[in-house]
Each structure stands twice: as C-alpha cells, then as structure tokens.
Write a new protein. Structure first.
Length: 239
C-alpha cells in the first residue's frame, strides 16, 4: 500500500523520513516535492488547512494521473499542542476525529460551527480500526484533534475550545485540510501528532520541539506494520 504523509514544514517532513534511514528519492510536484521512502511519500505541504488541502489534492491528483499505484492512505503528521495531562510533552496523539474547530460564524450567543449554519462539515472520523492499530503500534493516545487557523495563545481561548469540543486532546493547523482533500479523492485519512507544547498561554521557552520531532521519528519507525495489517484486513470498508 502506498501512503501519502503530509506535514506542514520541512523539519517535520525530515523527522518522518529519518525513520526510514534518512535516504529519500525526491519527486517533483507542482509547487513542491515528495520525499519517497519505499511506499511512503512524504510532503511538506505548508502551514494551515488551506495549504495542506491544496498540497494534498495536488499529490493525490498527480498519483491518479501517473502510471504508479494510487495511494491507499493519507496521514497528516507533525507536531502540535496538547490540552490535557494525558498527553504530556513528547507524547503522541492519533486523531479519532479531525475537527475544524474554528470553521463557522461568530455570534453574540457564541461560536456556531459551519454545520449549525446548515452547510458543510466540521469533522472527519478516521477508520476506528486504523486508529486502534496506530495507537497500539506507537503508544499514542487516541482522541479528537482540533484543526485551527490561529494557534491558541491564551488560557481563555483554550478553555473555549475545550468547552466547544469536550475530550479534545490536541490542536494543530493541517489535519482537517488534509482530510478534506483525501475524502474528495475517496482515500482514508488519519492524523498523528507529537506533542511539543501545551495549548494555552504562548511560552516558547516551554516548548519541546526537538523532543516532539524525535517522537515523530520513533513513531514512523513503528507504524509501517500497523498500516499494512490494517490494509490487509480491509477495514476501510468494515469499520
């Protein structure tokens, strides 16, 4: 099974490819390039949901137009912030749901998600058996991961997000965009995040980006058998 891995920035992409020995074939794409490690194509698609969706869509379309096998899975991967003590710095989170946390409308009564406005969608659910397989292989905690266009920088905003999305484990900026493109191509998606900071007041001195990137590398060193096992059981159609 070919897997497309979409990160935001090159340092995350390189953390993923290091799991496969650090030697990758470079494949040109419109507006970017893939780093190919066996069945894994790793793409730094840009920060934010719009860039992530566009980059993912280009990569999926390029694969469909080529003579190579189509992708069987898309993984949104990188570092992110955590909401709870259950996901300490350097730990891993796999998204059960990829949620667009700030897609909607602000009103005097509070935020309304796009679904409450009567159009669009605000979440994608990853295949449950795939989430279980990734969690078991990597030690990740499974739960909702929020996609935001503006990284949270205050305790008040963190509290608002948790009130609107009880049980959310982490926030990042790309997962929902990746999922939107994957869904339109009919390809399953999952999101894997390594925790670099706590969601809340912005304190760069407390961030542990190096530890999170090392955790991401370690996770992808363990993930291939889990993905192949899920693919063999064809849970895309049964879970």
């Amino acid at each position: 099974m070919r897997v497309l891995v979409v990160t935001a920035v090159p340092v995350e992409r390189d953390a993923v490819t290091r799991a496969f020995g650090g030697t990758a074939e470079t494949v040109a794409l419109p507006g970017g390039e893939l780093h190919r490690c066996g069945p894994f194509d790793v793409l730094a698609g840009g920060a934010g949901p719009a860039a992530a969706a566009a980059a993912t869509a280009f990569a999926l379309a390029s694969a469909s137009a080529s003579a190579s096998a189509p992708y069987g899975l898309v993984v949104s991967a990188g570092i992110g912030g955590a909401f709870t003590p259950l996901t300490p710095l350097g730990s891993l989170v796999v998204a059960s749901d990829l949620v667009a946390a700030d897609l909607g409308a602000d009103t005097p009564e509070g935020f309304l998600p796009v679904t409450a406005l009567g159009f669009g969608r605000d979440r994608f659910t990853a295949p449950p058996a795939l989430v279980r397989a990734v969690a078991a292989a990597t030690g990740a905690t499974a739960g909702p991961v929020l996609t935001v266009s503006t990284v949270t920088g205050t305790a008040e905003r963190a509290a608002d997000l948790l009130a609107a999305h009880p049980g959310a484990l982490a926030e990042a900026m790309e997962g929902f965009g990746v999922a939107e493109a994957a869904a339109r191509a009919g390809v399953p998606v999952v999101e894997l995040r390594a925790v670099s900071n706590a969601v809340g007041p912005r304190d760069r001195d407390a961030w542990r980006i190096g530890d999170a990137l090392a955790a991401l590398t370690d996770a992808f060193g363990k993930i291939a058998p889990a993905l192949e096992g899920w693919n063999r059981h064809d849970d895309r159609h049964r879970s």
